[in-house]
Design a protein around this ligand. Structure first.
Ligand SMILES: Cc1ncc(COP(=O)(O)O)c(C=O)c1O
Length: 393
């Protein structure tokens, strides 16, 4: 494996791509299907006896460039791209789990991931159990012989709870050999954390967020060892969800990736400044940002994150004030999603996490006074001035 320390260089040159016509950027192969030279060749491709493209749901040259780049960046053997983050997550879980299996997940998850587990996987006879994975004893107590997947986000959406990837992976693998530890790395991107290097088995992403970074694509990524990716490709992607990425979207993500290192540096620097401002504000009850020393996960974050990324959340004193702030901001944009160049502000309890029940909100550790902010690439002084003015109005 090449030295992964210089990912700023690796993201541009690490996969040594060469394109037809000597093109610098990957050609967009906007074709649904691929022509066979003969019937025998078509049969050989379907049988796996000959390499080559067949049909874009099963593989596409532009998407392959993205998949190779993401496998490189996450330090995994192979990667699959999907039509959304939820496509990546659902395809992965339905490939790794069957009727009668047990899934252990953290209590704090993106809203649709939670409802996928509570309302849908359970319909197929999969037993789902939630624990607070910052308490490793809860994890140990939950693991059983039929636990096939341990799943978490770090930092988790929206409370920025940090989970120790190495500790969770070690406990899960010792207790249940063969169990897959799946980490949603959306909030970090591989520029900040590479979960496979800390012992996880599978990494998933909403590539809609930092990987693309420009708010114009919905996409997902899954990276793992070659056998696991082959299984997810044949079952989850090809036959079950069909959640394939469009080649033009793959091209846009490849373009976004070129500046991933620069963007993650700037998002992290700006978020730290905004977090410090919020920490000192008389209107704010609590700030959740792993870069702050007061954050409960700060020490674990320092161990597994090279910087602290661009998302933070904060509690204000009342729901009414939270609504007022979100209605009064002028620069920060009231919209869900994150990881874009623009600063986005939103209200998890009524928006991204509105699928949570009251009990699930309590277990996840946030309420209707929580605001989530994805700090963008504007001048941080302008973001701070906008928030300050909105809080005072
Ligand atoms: C942590 C996390 N994982 C997964 C998803 C789902 O991704 P997508 O919206 O691309 O389907 C999101 C979306 O907000 C997310 O925040």
């Amino acid at each position: 494996m090449e030295n992964k320390k210089s990912l700023a260089t690796g993201v541009l040159h690490g996969t040594h791509d060469k394109f037809s016509f000597g093109a610098l950027t990957p050609p967009i192969v906007q074709s649904a299907t691929f022509v066979f030279d003969s019937s025998e060749q078509g049969a050989a491709r379907f049988a796996g006896a000959e390499d080559g493209y067949i049909y874009t749901r099963i593989g596409n040259p532009t998407t392959t460039v993205l998949e190779n780049k993401m496998a490189y960046l996450e330090n995994g053997e192979a990667c699959l791209a999907f039509g959304s983050g939820m496509g990546a997550i659902s395809s992965t879980l339905v490939s790794l789990l069957s009727n009668g299996d047990h899934l252990v997940a953290d209590t704090t998850l993106y809203g649709c991931t939670l409802t996928l587990m509570t309302e849908h996987l359970t319909r197929f006879g999969i037993e789902v159990q939630f624990v607070d994975m910052t308490d490793l004893n809860q994890l140990k107590a939950a693991l059983k012989d039929n636990t096939k997947v341990v799943y978490f986000e770090t930092p988790a959406n929206p409370t920025m709870k940090v989970i120790d990837i190495e500790a969770v992976s070690k406990i899960a693998h010792e207790a249940v050999p063969g169990c897959k530890v799946v980490v949603d790395n959306t909030f970090c991107s591989p520029m900040i954390t590479r979960p496979l290097e800390h012992g996880a088995d599978v990494v998933v992403h909403s590539a809609t967020k930092y990987l693309n970074g420009h708010g114009d694509v919905i996409a997902g990524i899954c990276v793992s060892d070659a056998d696991t990716i082959a299984k997810i490709k044949v079952a989850g992607l090809k036959d079950i969800t069909g959640s394939v990425l469009d080649p033009f979207a793959a091209y846009l993500i490849l373009r976004g990736l070129k500046t991933l290192k620069l963007r993650m540096d700037a998002h992290s620097k700006n978020a730290m400044e905004v977090a410090k401002f919020l920490e000192g504000s008389e209107f704010v009850k609590a700030v959740y940002y792993p870069g702050l020393e007061c954050h409960s996960g700060h020490e674990v974050a320092k161990k597994q994150m090279s910087q602290f990324s661009g998302v933070l959340s904060f509690e204000v004193k009342s729901y009414e004030h939270a609504v007022k702030i979100m209605n009064n901001v002028k620069l920060c944009t009231l919209a869900v999603s994150l990881g874009d160049c623009e600063t986005l502000i939103q209200h998890p309890a009524s928006m991204t996490h509105s699928g949570y029940t009251k009990e699930e909100l309590e277990a996840a550790g946030f309420s209707e006074t929580l605001i989530r902010l994805s700090v963008g690439l504007e001048d941080p002084a302008d973001i701070i001035a906008d928030l300050d003015a909105a809080m005072r109005l």
